[in-house]
Ligand binder design. Sequence first.
Ligand code: G6P
Length: 591
Amino acid sequence: MCGIVGIISKEEVNIKDSLLGLLKRLEYRGYDSAGIGFINNNKIQLIKKKGSIDDLACSIKNNYFSHIGLAHTRWATHGKPSSNNAHPFISQNKKWAIVHNGIVENYLELKKELKNTRYLSQTDSEVIAHLLEKQKASSDIEKVINVCNKLKGSFALLGMLVDKPNTLFIAKRKSPIYIMEGNLEVIVASDTICFEGKGSKYYTLNDDEFCVASLDKLTFYDKAGHQISKHAQVLDNLSYSLSKNEYKHYMLKEIMEESDVVSNIIKEYSKNRFTEFNKKFLEKVDNIVIIGCGTAYHAGLIGARFFEKHVNIDSTCEIASEFRYSDKKIKPSNLYIFISQSGETADTLACLELVKRFGGLCVGITNVMHSTLAKNVDICLNVCAGIEVAVASTKAYIAQLVVLYMLSRHFEGQLRNLQIDYMKDVEKLRLSLQKTTFTDIDEIASLISKKQSVTFIGRDIDYSSSLEASLKLKEVSYISSFACPSGELKHGYLAQVDSNVCVIVLATNQKLLDKTLNNASEVEARGGKVVICSPFKTQDKFIKIEIQDIDSDLICCLVASKLQYLAYKTSIIKNINPDKPRNLAKSVTVE
Ligand code: G6P
């Protein structure tokens, strides 16, 4: 989704290089156009382009020197990707320039309020620049606050004013924005990843808070315009590595990091594990409700099975965008678990807000401990995956599964007064991930890259793993892909089977193995190509993806890892950049 950066520098800098360098760090969020704006010779200058940051860089032939600038990557919502629709936007009198992340839901209404305004874009955001121009107020920050108070929806907003070439105006509601104050510069960005190597302290805004940033001071305001004080936070994860090391793509690097991620989890959770969840507390829990989107939702589906299997508490997993508009009862006696790699997904955060209103206990499982999710839940669990850059989530998914597994076994131990040594299962998983080889996948990737459609089938947890494997494949290879519970094949899917399709059968549950293999034979008998992904011996006629048998529920992580690699490899064969699949964004901060 959109990314924002801004800079004020004590020294005049090559502003194009400074802004594009920072913007590059937000590339992972997904975008389809980019732009920069800066003050040069007392004028605001904007340069915008459809396409990548590199395309934008190539189109800027001159160097410009300035103390101040802002920049944006846009993921189109209102109006197609184009240079006109790219940010920044400038007011008609050319005094204000803004970049915006979020959605202005009432932009049409606001446009009606503004007479005689010529719009240069089809976006919802441009109206903000024109509104700023028209504001009558005694100070510039008052103008910003007045405009933001009129906006419905969400925003991370960054503005600059030609008359104040050393000042940035910042506002936030439901979209992330962070401010770093260094000795020689102030940097504002949608992600603290932009601060790596630049400083160690930063500030966050809560919703409907504002900041006027200049080199000598940061002044914070609430929505009534009163000054407020804020404490700086220390960057918690400077082990961020944005380097791809020897890997060609982030997705591959992140798959290969999975055993290290499990090591991090072992270190983090080796002491004082889950102390908040004691027997007294757990006995009062009626149901466990897990909420997430995309890959996090799939981790939640498996997590719900872990809880049901080990803890005997009814557990479900809900898609956040559905849950928020459903009539589901929210009960204070339920335990709500929100899973989000980024901690910034708009639908997941909306559910959190909803649940909090009704008083349910909220637990977060996230990879970003300074995210909005982490700040707003009652208890937050870190998945310790380190920064994940590729749009398609891989190592964070594995980490979410491991944390859910540990939590379910901890609950079991508490409720049954048992000492369960579940960390040995986690250690076994770590070793197996370390030993995993992917050579068996290459041939299968080549096979499926020629197929029109690929379906993953399985029963129970294997069905949930199928949903994730199918999502991964369609995200990065664009192959039409489905997941089907094995037992449902006969109720519709078999009509699709012919020699153009491939069915990948997930079979990690020995008790269900024969039934699942019968389903595989049904596909084969109708001309479909069958691949079996299993730790067990199966008939030689099927192509096999070997999975190590680790004798625990965590085997779903080994399956995920292999099938993530399958998706990766297929994208490479199809000449697609798996790190940035078309139309997708890493962090979906709007509804
Ligand atoms: C986007 C990403 C997915 C991710 C989903 C939820 O769709 O492309 O990889 O699973 O958002 O993101 P979250 O940060 O909440 O886990």
